[in-house]
Design a protein around this ligand. Structure first.
Ligand SMILES: Cc1ncc(COP(=O)(O)O)c(C=O)c1O
Length: 392
C-alpha cells in the first residue's frame, strides 16, 4: 500500500520568517504564539523540496526562460480542480496577488474612481484603493449568527459608484466559499453596470467544508470584464517564492497589462519560484489533502473549545481558507481586545479592526495552519484570558 505523505510541522522561530520572527515589529512583543500572517507552519510538499534541491545543486542560475511545462502544470490544475479552462496566452506573471491588484487598479481606473469591496475583507484591498488615490465604495457583508452573505440589494444601489470591484473568493477573513448563485447575481450586476471585476482566488484550493470553490470565470461570459488572480503560494505554502498568476482573457486588457508591466520592467520573476510551483501542481495534491484534514481538525478543535468555555463566542463556519473568524463581543469590550488576546492570552492574531474598521473590533482572525497542539494551547489560553478578564 502506498504510504501517504507526512505533513511536517516546524517551529519556525529563527528561520527569518515574518510570522514568527517579526512579532516585535508588528505587535511590540516577542513572546507571543504566532497565529497571524496567512502562511502555514508546515514544510512544503516533498516534491517541491526535491525539485528545489535539484535546482540548487545544478549550479546554473543565469537568465531563465520559463518552460512551457510550468504553464501546462498551472492550466491542468485549474482545469482539473476548478473547471476553469485557461489558455496559455491569457497567463501573466506577478510576484504576488497584492502587487497585481495594485497594478490593475492603476491600469483599469483613474484617480478618484470608485472601487468596491465587501468588508470585512483582506485589508490590502482597501490599501490598494486608498494608496492609489481611488475612492473606496464599501458594501459590507451581511451577517447572521456568524454566517456571512453578500448584500446584493445594497450592491445594486452602490453599483453606479463603482468602476471596479475586488472580489475575495473564498473570502478572507469570514471563510465563505461563494456559491454559483451568489457569484452569478454579483457578476451579472457588475456586467449590467459596466463594473470591471478583479477576482482574488488565492485561497481557491483551501476548501475546509463540503462546498466546492466556484471560479468566477466559469459562472458565465465575463471575459471582457474579469481578471482572475491566483497562486500556489497559499495552497502549498510557497509565499516566499514570489510567484503568482494573473489570468487575463481579454486581449485589450492584456495589451494594457503588458504595456504597464513593460514600463515597470518587472520581468518574469525568479527561477526557483517557477520550479517550486510547477512541482507543487504536478505532485502536491496528496500533501494538500493531508493539510486540509489537519485544518479541519484544527477548526473543530477551536470550535469545540469555544463552545465549551465561551458559548457566546461566535466562530464563523469555515467553508474555505485556514483562517478562523471569531466574534468575542459577548465577552470583551472592543477597546480591550488587545489587552485580552495579546497581553493576557499571549496570542498574535489579526485583529478584526484591520479588516474594515471599528465595526469589526470585537473580532479576531486566527490562523489554523499550524499544529493541532498549538491550536489547543491557543484555545486554552484564549478561554482562560477571557474568563479572567470577565472576572475582574
Ligand atoms: C485574499 C488574499 N489575497 C492575497 C494575499 C497575498 O497575496 P500575495 O502574497 O500573493 O501578494 C492574501 C494573503 O493572505 C490573501 O489572503
Amino acid at each position: 500500500m502506498k504510504k501517504t505523505e507526512e505533513i511536517i510541522y516546524r517551529n519556525r522561530k529563527g528561520t527569518d520568517c515574518n510570522k514568527w520572527d517579526a512579532l516585535k515589529e508588528r505587535f511590540g512583543a516577542e513572546d507571543l504564539m504566532p497565529l497571524w500572517v496567512a502562511d502555514m507552519d508546515f514544510e512544503a510538499p516533498a516534491c517541491v523540496r526535491e525539485a528545489l534541491a535539484a535546482c540548487a545543486a545544478d549550479g546554473l542560475y543565469g537568465y531563465y526562460k520559463v518552460p512551457e511545462s510550468y504553464y501546462e502544470a498551472f492550466m491542468s490544475w485549474e482545469k482539473k480542480y476548478h473547471g476553469y479552462e485557461t489558455q496559455r496566452q491569457w497567463l501573466r506573471y506577478s510576484p504576488g496577488v497584492v502587487p497585481a491588484i495594485n497594478w490593475l487598479v492603476q491600469i483599469l481606473t483613474e484617480p478618484g474612481d470608485g472601487i468596491g469591496v465587501m468588508t470585512p475583507v483582506y485589508y490590502p484591498f482597501m490599501n490598494a484603493v486608498k494608496d492609489n488615490g481611488r475612492t473606496l465604495v464599501d458594501c459590507p457583508l451581511k451577517e447572521d449568527n456568524g454566517r456571512y452573505t453578500m448584500d446584493l440589494e445594497r450592491f445594486r444601489e452602490l453599483a453606479g459608484q463603482m468602476k471596479l470591484f475586488i472580489l475575495c473568493s473564498p473570502h478572507n477573513p469570514v471563510g465563505r466559499v461563494w456559491s454559483y448563485e451568489e457569484l452569478k447575481e454579483l457578476l451579472d450586476c457588475c456586467k449590467e453596470n459596466g463594473i470591471f471585476v478583479l477576482a482574488d482566488e488565492i485561497h481557491h484550493d483551501l476548501i475546509a467544508g463540503d462546498k466546492e470553490h466556484v471560479a468566477a470565470a466559469t459562472v458565465g461570459d465575463y471575459s471582457h470584464m474579469l481578471v482572475t488572480m491566483t497562486a500556489a503560494s497559499k495552497t502549498f505554502n510557497l509565499a516566499a517564492m514570489k510567484n503568482s498568476t494573473v489570468i487575463i482573457p481579454d486581449e485589450t486588457v492584456r495589451e494594457k497589462w503588458d504595456a504597464f508591466t513593460g514600463r515597470l520592467h518587472v520581468g518574469d520573476g525568479g527561477m526557483m519560484g517557477y520550479v517550486a510551483v510547477r512541482a507543487a501542481y504536478e505532485g502536491g495534491r496528496e500533501w494538500l489533502d493531508g493539510v486540509l484534514s489537519i485544518i479541519k481538525d484544527n477548526a473543530s478543535c477551536l470550535r469545540e473549545a469555544l463552545a465549551a468555555e465561551l458559548p457566546e463566542a461566535v466562530m464563523s463556519p469555515l467553508e474555505g481558507t485556514y483562517l478562523a473568524w471569531v466574534n468575542l463581543a459577548a465577552y470583551v469590550k472592543p477597546e480591550d481586545m488587545k489587552l485580552v488576546v495579546q497581553d493576557m492570552a499571549g496570542l498574535a492574531v489579526d485583529f478584526g479592526e484591520w479588516f474594515g474598521g471599528s465595526a469589526y473590533a470585537p473580532f479576531i482572525r486566527v490562523n489554523l495552519a499550524t499544529s493541532t497542539e498549538n491550536v489547543k494551547l491557543a484555545a486554552e489560553r484564549l478561554c482562560a484570558a477571557v474568563k479572567s478578564y470577565g472576572g475582574r
